[in-house]
Design a protein around this ligand. Structure first.
Ligand SMILES: Nc1nc2c(ncn2[C@@H]2O[C@H](COP(=O)(O)OP(=O)(O)OP(=O)(O)O)[C@@H](O)[C@H]2O)c(=O)[nH]1
Ligand SMILES: [Mg+2]
Length: 357
């Protein structure tokens, strides 16, 4: 297997190295994922980077700074939000980058309390992504859980979603979770420290996660700080999340997993509640004569029907899980190529592997 021997310091370009890089890029862009045929026509061997490639999931509430964190650590350009609405709506990956002796890929996820994507969709997509990761024998070494220290009030929604996430991961993987507090610049230090203390010691937040081996970090919004967290995670031994383990048998799908059963239950409760609401509004409409009140009720019924349709669509967990798996397979192939490009030359800034699904 041919390797490009020269590796110069990142960012230092010489004309020769630049040419070498271009050569590496053009050869890897067409051949990276293609197998290399051996001289005697024996079965082709797929080309792999010589350095281990490890994946780290980045999760957390909407606006906690997931995409910005990935951008800082990997010098990617994933879109970040500057308003109240959730920004990341799909799973995406930052550029692979070298971290010690490994190539690291950070995986961005939609916020767990996203305003535009339901948490059931988010978790189903994460489950789909990690199942494909496992099938492709890729190493998942860590989970970075971002939490904004300036969030004064954290609602029941967040805590419910944290529980769901822990069900997806399984207790034995929690030692590979890094809880990273962000937005320290937005609060006075003593207030931030007091929030941090609460997050660490409250059962409703991260107490049990920390007790099971998770570690807490402060992130100061710099590349150095992001890299420090990543290098801590990257050194960990690969893990198999509970949802990955539960999906090992080929006939199993998301609804056979602990988190899938829970998601199904949540969606069924929502559906039943909306059914009851609809019935109530329709009965009220039948007994109302005043045109203004009828108009209002009809509008409420229309909105409730829409919500019900959304919940029914979200209930198609298996379909969404399968779709994500298919998309993830294609994306991981592209990332394989990007990792080879990275290994072949100093193409850290040039490789384009911001992938969206
Ligand atoms: N002050 C400060 N601002 C930050 C920090 N991290 C992110 N931000 C800003 O917070 C906003 C939201 O950041 P994003 O990276 O889009 O957050 P996200 O978690 O990806 O959000 P969703 O994709 O909507 O779930 C952006 O304006 C960032 O520039 C931080 O550590 N400190
Ligand atoms: Mg984002």
């Amino acid at each position: 297997m041919t390797r490009h021997p020269a590796k110069s310091v990142q960012g230092k370009f010489s004309p020769q190295s630049s040419q070498r890089t271009k050569k590496a890029q053009s050869s890897t862009s067409t051949k990276a994922s293609a197998p290399i045929a051996s001289a005697k026509g024996t079965p082709a061997i797929p080309r792999k980077p010589s350095k281990p490639v490890v994946y780290i999931l980045v999760v957390g509430a909407t606006g906690s700074g997931k995409s910005s964190f990935i951008n800082r650590a990997s010098r990617s350009e994933l879109p970040v939000s500057d308003g109240l609405r959730s920004c990341t709506r799909t799973i995406q990956m930052g550029k692979p980058f070298l971290c010690g002796s490994k190539i690291v890929v950070l995986v961005d996820t939609p916020g767990l309390d996203n305003t535009t994507v339901a948490e059931t969709d988010v978790l189903t997509r994460i489950a789909g992504f990690v199942s494909t990761l496992r099938e492709r024998k890729k190493d998942l070494v860590g989970i970075i859980f971002l939490h904004s220290i300036s969030d004064v009030r954290v609602g029941g929604n967040f805590r419910g979603n944290l529980k769901l996430f822990m069900k997806l991961a399984g207790d034995e993987c929690l030692k590979n979770v890094g809880i990273v507090t962000t937005m320290w610049g937005d609060v006075p230090m003593n207030l931030g420290a007091s929030h941090e203390k609460e997050l660490k010691s409250d059962e409703l937040f991260y107490k049990s996660l920390l007790a099971k081996g998770g570690k807490m970090f402060r992130y100061d919004n710099t590349e150095r700080s992001a890299r420090m967290v990543v290098s801590y995670e990257a050194k960990k031994k690969p893990i198999t999340l509970r949802v990955q383990r539960e999906l090992l048998a080929p006939e199993k799908t998301i609804i056979d997993t602990t988190v899938g059963i829970e998601l199904k239950r949540i969606l069924e409760n929502r559906r039943q509640q909306l059914d009851r609401d609809l019935q109530h509004f329709r009965e009220e409409l039948a007994g109302t004569a005043a045109p203004v009140s009828r108009d209002e009720l009809q509008e409420t019924i229309r909105e409730t029907e829409e919500q019900l349709n959304t919940v029914v669509r979200q209930g198609q967990l298996v379909q969404m899980w399968k779709e994500t798996k298919d998309t993830a397979a294609g994306l991981l192939t592209q990332t394989d190529s990007s990792c080879l490009v990275l290994e072949d030359g100093e193409t850290f800034h040039e490789s384009t592997c911001c992938i969206v699904m």
